[in-house]
Design a protein around this ligand. Structure first.
Ligand SMILES: [Zn+2]
Length: 114
């Protein structure tokens, strides 16, 4: 699976959370984590983008902290308006990374043509 497809899957995962149809299982159901986490979080498109491992520097941290501090439930999902805002932040970030990868790929394709 290429990284753009992985990030697409991540965008979809967060859409399900925003739609209140899904929950966040962290590492277990994060598409990039499922592929990269077991290699101690190297090569993950999010880690490459933030320059930090384990989703540090991404909107996942405020989401995770809010879930822990405000809701403290086993399942991480949208419980309040703040949750929804934080989930949207995370999804927007996934979109940003995907588009960044797409732009890079387009650039590489152009260079090949020359
Ligand atoms: Zn909340």
């Amino acid at each position: 699976m290429n990284k753009i497809k992985i990030m697409d899957a991540a965008v979809k995962k967060w859409q399900r959370i925003i739609d209140k149809k899904g929950s966040d299982g962290g590492v277990l159901d994060c598409p990039p984590c499922r592929i990269y986490y077991f290699l101690v979080c190297t090569g993950c498109p999010i880690a490459q983008y933030t320059g930090q491992k384990f989703c540090k520097g991404s909107p996942y941290i405020p989401w995770f902290r809010h879930q822990l501090e405000q809701h403290d439930k086993l399942i991480k999902k949208v419980y309040c308006p703040e949750c929804e805002i934080l989930a949207r932040d995370m999804q927007n970030y996934m979109i940003e990374i995907r588009d960044h990868l797409k732009a890079k790929e387009a650039q590489r394709a152009r260079q090949k043509e020359c």
